[in-house]
Design a protein around this ligand. Sequence first.
Ligand code: ZN
Length: 133
Amino acid sequence: MSGWRRPPPSDPAEPIDTYRRLVANPLLAVATAVLAVLSLRLSLRWDNLYAFLASLGLLVGSFLLIQFHCLDCGATGWLLNRSRHRCPPAVTRWRSGRMDRWRPPAMSTQLAIWMQVVAALGALGLILFVLSR
Ligand SMILES: [Zn+2]
């Protein structure tokens, strides 16, 4: 008799989300939002409605550019597609029902932290902009 035992089958109703190790990366979204704000300023200065609307669309759409990075396989993708990401290490953990010792915070927590950091930096930038005038 061999010592190898097949891991118990995982509950298919249990979500794999808790077994993935994904990190939010908002750098591209923040850079796009900054460019959109600069473009908004220029469009207002030039009195160009089309440039203003395009800049506004870019500002709203920049939130779709938030990315995730997988700590297991190194894959990077759009945050909206994170539910489709199932790499072998995560699936193995999900099937065995064992969590890794270190996991990043939940994606909603990461996004909340990033939003607070970006808001704080934006407020600081606004203060510096007002003080420099
Ligand atoms: Zn992965």
